[in-house]
Each structure stands twice: as structure tokens, then as C-alpha cells.
Design a protein around this ligand. Structure first.
Ligand code: SAM
Ligand code: SF4
Length: 319
């Protein structure tokens, strides 16, 4: 079992497979200083597999693949298949912007992917274009419907709430749960990346989100699959659920159960801390062992985050 210096049990590894993305979301891609990673710098599938095998032996049970956009990584389904067969991994999921799901959803399911998180911050086609830089609202909706039809369970929808931008859509987005068995999760906007447009005026807190939802219809506490920090509710007579994630207003660091792997092979103990362990010398130069790297990560994992802007943009960390 992986237990850190504060007694937190670490069982969740979030792996970013690329820093590249076909979208330019305003909250994620406003970081002009980030130099794209070269093909050589990015971890190969065999290297990711090696890390997961060691992690699984030490106590990692859950894996999430993310990015950047993980579905632009060529043959991603091969990695999914490899990871799904590693003994000890009981939960394999992936976060995507949904653009390539129509093409890849079936392959991913066949490869052993169990569940999906799909980002959708607005139900307005024009706003979607402004937010992501791509005219793809309908395509993403089709991807979400296909994910449900293919039997991914649960399908979670990630909504980053930005004051003045999409807070007027909180109810409409949550009402998707009447029609579909989706878990719609509202996430507080986080200050990731040096040039982020984040500032406190853009924040709408978990409490404010809850009040809006409660006013419409009382929220009933519920639960969810996965190892994440969302507080989960539902309304009466819905097929789906509602999650609220509060990294800013009420941090959940005391029960954090995860480590991250960046696309260029850094083991990152905290989303908000740039203190990382480079796995490349181990993977490519036989200097040290992955076991030692995991042990070190347990020692340096911060007790809590301090909301400092990170050097890396979100997509080079893995959201
Ligand atoms: N491209 C995929 C996607 O958009 O789902 C996966 C990578 S993306 C970085 C992972 C998640 O991080 C998305 O749900 C996205 O909305 C979220 N995210 C990105 N920047 C964020 C920020 N500044 N605050 C909160 N969530 C953020
Ligand atoms: Fe791309 Fe996801 Fe970042 Fe949007 S949030 S720019 S889809 S990585």
C-alpha cells in the first residue's frame, strides 16, 4: 500500500498522455509561454505501462488517462488495452473533450475502458465556439450520446464554472440529468498556469452552485463511482446525478489519494505544486528505480495546496 507522510492512502494515478489538444479552451490554453513537448520528450506507451505496473504492485488501483486531449494520441486504444490488463487495476477511466468519441468510442470500449468524463461547459453552440475555439458543439453532444449508448458507466460531464461566462447555465446543465443518466459535475475554476485568465472575480463557489441548484429543487445526497473529491447529489426523479467539486473554496487535500504523471514523465505529487520527480532517467537511463520514485513522491506530497499559479498549464499536467 502507498501511504504518504501524512497517512493518506494513495491509490489513484492520473496520467497525461499528451500536452497537445485540438481545442483552445479559454481557461486552459491561455499560456503563451508553454513550449510544446517534442515527440521524443513524451512518454512512450511501454514506459507508461511500466510505471503503471510498478504503481499497481505498490497499491495503485485506479488510473485515469487525460491530457491535453488523450484521444489525439495515436492508437490510444492500445494503451487502454494494455493498462486494462494489469493486475490490481480495478478502475480505468479517461477524460476527453469528446470531439473524437464518435470515431474512437467503440474501440475504447472494446479495449477495456470502463468510464468516461467528457467536458462540456455550455449548451450554447456559439458560446461553445468562443470557449473552445472550435465549432464542435453538436459533434461533442453526439459523442456524449454515443458514450451512453456504448454502455460507458458512469458518463460524467465536467463543467468548469466561470462567473459571467457560464454561471447562467448551471441549472440548464444540471437539468440534463432528468433526461439522461449522466453525472454532471460542476468544478470551481482553478488558477493553473502562469498566464491563466483566472482571478477571484471569476470564481463561483461550490456553495453558490449548490444554492442555485437547491433553490430549483432540494438536492438529495448521493454517491458515485470513482476515487474523486466530488460531493454528489441528485434531484428527485432524475436519471442522473450532480457532482460539485470545490478545490478553491473548500480544499480536500487532507483526503487526497492521487499522484500524477505528466506527459514528459514527471511524477507530480500535487496538481498545484511544481515539485516533481523526473522518471526519465529511470526509464531511459536505468538511474534508480520507479519504486524509489514513488517512495519519494510520498515523502514530498504537500499537506495542502496554496493556490499558487503553476509553471505548467493544465494540459501539460493532466487535469
Ligand atoms: N482535454 C480533455 C478535456 O478537456 O476533458 C482532458 C484534459 S482537461 C485539462 C481535463 C479537465 O480539466 C477538463 O474537464 C477541464 O475542464 C479541466 N480544467 C482545465 N483547466 C481548468 C481550470 N483552470 N480550472 C478547473 N478545471 C480545469
Ligand atoms: Fe484541450 Fe481539455 Fe484544455 Fe480544453 S480543457 S484546451 S479540451 S486540454
Amino acid at each position: 500500500m502507498l501511504i504518504d507522510h501524512l497517512g493518506r492512502i494513495i491509490e489513484y494515478l492520473r496520467i497525461s498522455v499528451t500536452d497537445r489538444c485540438n481545442f483552445r479552451c479559454i481557461y486552459c490554453s491561455t499560456h503563451q509561454n508553454w513550449k510544446w513537448l517534442s515527440h521524443k520528450e513524451i512518454l512512450r506507451f511501454e514506459e507508461i505501462e511500466k510505471i503503471v505496473k510498478v504503481g499497481a504492485k505498490l497499491g495503485v488501483k485506479r488510473i485515469r488517462l487525460t491530457g491535453g486531449e488523450p484521444l489525439i494520441r495515436k492508437n490510444i486504444e492500445i494503451l487502454v488495452e494494455k493498462l486494462s490488463q494489469i493486475p490490481g487495476i480495478v478502475d480505468l477511466s479517461l477524460t476527453t473533450n469528446g470531439f473524437f468519441l464518435e470515431e474512437l468510442g467503440g474501440k475504447l470500449k472494446k479495449a477495456g475502458l470502463k468510464r468516461l468524463n467528457i467536458s462540456l461547459d455550455t449548451l450554447n453552440k456559439e458560446k461553445f465556439k468562443i470557449l473552445t475555439g472550435v465549432d464542435a458543439f453538436e459533434k461533442v453532444l453526439k459523442g456524449i450520446n454515443l458514450a451512453l449508448d456504448l454502455g460507458f458507466n458512469p458518463v460524467k460531464i465536467n463543467v468548469v464554472v466561470i462567473k459571467g461566462f457560464n454561471d447562467d447555465e448551471i441549472l440548464e446543465l444540471a437539468k440534463l440529468t432528468f433526461e439522461k443518466p449522466l453525472e454532471v459535475r460542476f468544478i470551481e475554476f482553478m488558477p493553473i498556469g502562469k498566464n491563466s485568465l483566472w482571478n477571484e472575480n471569476h470564481i463561483i463557489t461550490a456553495q453558490e452552485i449548490k444554492e442555485i441548484l437547491n433553490k430549483y429543487s432540494p438536492l438529495i445526497p448521493s454517491n458515485s463511482v470513482g476515487g474523486g473529491p466530488a460531493k454528489v447529489f441528485k434531484w428527485k426523479n432524475t436519471l442522473g446525478k450532480i457532482g460539485i467539486i470545490s478545490p478553491i473554496s473548500e480544499h480536500f487535500c487532507y483526503k487526497c489519494n492521487r499522484l500524477r504523471i505528466t506527459p514528459d514523465g514527471r511524477l507530480r505529487p500535487c496538481l498545484f505544486s511544481d515539485n516533481e520527480i523526473n522518471l526519465k532517467p529511470i526509464l531511459r537511463g536505468n538511474k534508480g528505480t520507479l519504486e524509489e520514485a514513488f517512495e519519494r513522491a510520498l515523502r514530498i506530497k504537500p499537506a495542502k495546496h496554496h493556490l499558487n499559479f503553476t509553471k505548467r498549464p493544465m494540459r501539460a499536467i493532466g487535469g
